[in-house]
Design a protein around this ligand. Structure first.
Ligand code: ADP
Ligand code: ASP
Ligand code: MG
Length: 468
């Protein structure tokens, strides 16, 4: 079998964890599988890089950051090389080159004071380039050939910095030239997650948490038989285990459930991960690198039906409800169209939409970081309607979205009643609600302070703590 294995930040967070990751990759290779590793940055590194870039852009460049990054990765390299000097120096040399480049970029930034999305990608993508040589060294220390491959030579993307999309035909060609030859020689290539490059070779990133996406892109590009996401929990669970201690692992979910869960806040998978795998029907597993014998979650076409119809509950914070309202909105055609034109022009992602049948109010949820911009743009696009008094108010309110998700909610009566009963029982006010016609998801807008209680109330009401 050809397997792409992705290790997340905590799974490569220290020399010990990297050694464990290498052990898992090598164990599969010893069983006769072809293994490609995709690695995240060591835990915390991407945040450090982004903070450093933002500080440098304000003229506050702290050189000790580069020194600390160098030390953390150099120490890990010497621990992982197990006394092999040339292996250690191969890793340390490429780490030192990358830290040097990071330092120069931040220094330049502290002079020009302008952090463009392109420059932020060049800086924030450094973490994976520092981690890959370490993972490769750890695999070699276990007696298998390995090499670090920067995904700038594998994943060809659009130039949408901070959220680039893969160009699959080009990526397939590149992967055939860089990744497959290593496999053909019996080696385990280690590809950096999170990053790619435009056709002109300019570094891009796929968005925060994007190494999962890298794994499925690489998997699709090399026709992998499976994609394994190694993380720090036993797979995809009925809720975020930090929020709901009774949450349990879902042994099997469908591609659509996985996408829906990820899109509505289950951080365990980047929300774009499923699509490249789904297109080629590549099964995805989510496994715990801290507990590798657990079977984790398998993502497949059918998923696994559950009795109640609701399989999991998620929540998204840091979002805002934009409401456009006015008693005169009734019967005025085109207000909704105008509003969504604005959203599209501002390149803003809409998480949910709801409109009351009275047509006096329409509302939608977007990331809070986009809210002020979108409200301003709406005011100018709907200037005439506001002047005429048809639209009275355009406002943004910070909220949370809580979603109940499951393929088999479709056609199961009484789910909405249970949802409202559960939230009502806890005295939680529902600000807006939306259910797509696919009936895989009921999403509710609540005040941010109520989000955790709402998730727990729904988890209890659908008895998700019980094994299906
Ligand atoms: P990695 O570094 O491996 O990519 P992440 O931190 O991105 O890991 O994702 C794993 C985390 O996702 C878990 O530790 C957990 O806190 C969180 N999480 C949120 N929702 C869920 C869920 N439904 N099932 C499992 N984990 C979840
Ligand atoms: N290191 C990147 C991040 O922290 C990508 C990832 O870990 O998936 O966002
Ligand atoms: Mg992640």
């Amino acid at each position: 079998m050809r397997i792409v294995m992705k290790f997340g930040g905590t799974s490569v967070g220290s020399a010990e964890r990297i050694a464990e990751a290498a052990k898992l990759a090598v164990a599969s290779a010893e069983q006769g599988h072809e293994v490609v590793v995709v690695t995240s940055a060591m835990s915390g590194v991407t945040n450090t890089l982004i903070d450093a870039a933002q500080a440098a852009a304000k003229g506050q460049w702290d050189q000790t950051i580069a020194q600390k990054l160098l030390e953390r990765h150099r120490d890990a390299a010497s621990a992982l090389a197990s006394g092999d000097g040339s292996r250690e120096s191969t890793a340390v040399d490429s780490i030192a080159r990358r830290v040097d480049r990071f330092e120069k970029l931040c220094f330049g930034l502290s002079m020009v004071h302008e952090l463009t999305p392109r420059l932020l990608d060049a800086i924030s993508g450094t973490g994976e380039m520092l981690a890959a040589p370490l993972v490769a060294a750890a695999i070699e220390a276990r007696g298998r050939t390995s090499c670090a491959i920067e995904a700038t030579d594998v994943i060809v993307t659009t130039d949408h910095f901070g959220g680039a999309e893969p160009l699959m035909d080009e990526t397939r060609r590149q992967a055939a030239a860089t990744v497959l030859p290593v496999l053909a020689k019996g080696g385990i290539p280690v590809v950096t997650g999170f990053i790619g490059a435009t056709a002109d070779g300019v570094l891009t990133t796929l968005g925060r948490g994007g190494s999962d996406y890298s794994a499925s892109i690489v998997g699709a590009a090399i026709d992998a038989d499976e994609v394994w996401i190694w993380t720090d929990v036993n797979g995809v669970m009925t809720a975020n285990p930090n929020e709901v201690p009774a949450a349990r692992t879902l042994p099997e979910i469908s591609y659509s459930e996985a996408s829906e869960l990820a899109y509505y806040g289950a951080k365990v998978l980047h929300y774009k991960t499923i699509l490249p795998a789904f297109r080629q029907r590549i099964p995805v597993r989510i496994l715990n690198s801290f507990n590798p014998s657990d079977r984790g979650t398998r993502v497949t076409v059918e998923g696994h039906p559950s009795a109640t119809g609701v399989k999991a509950v998620t929540s998204i914070r840091g979002v805002s409800l934009i409401a456009v309202s006015g008693t005169g909105m009734q019967g005025i055609p085109g207000i909704v169209a105008k509003a969504f034109d604005v959203v599209a022009e501002e390149q803003t992602n809409v998480l949910m939409i709801s409109q009351a049948s009275s047509e006096n109010n329409m509302c939608f949820v977007i990331n809070s970081s986009d809210a002020a911009r979108v409200v301003k743009a709406l005011h100018s696009a709907l200037e005439v309607e506001v002047m005429r008094g048809n639209v009275e108010e355009i406002v943004a309110q910070p909220v949370a979205v809580v979603a109940a998700i499951g393929d088999h909610m479709r056609g199961t009566p009484g789910i909405a009643a249970t949802v409202f009963g559960a939230l009502g029982g806890q005295g939680i006010n529902v600000i807006a609600i939306s259910q797509g016609s696919s009936e895989r998801n009921i999403s509710l807008v609540v005040e941010e302070k109520d989000a955790s209680a709402a998730v727990r109330a729904l988890h209890d009401a659908f008895h998700l703590e019980k094994t299906a």
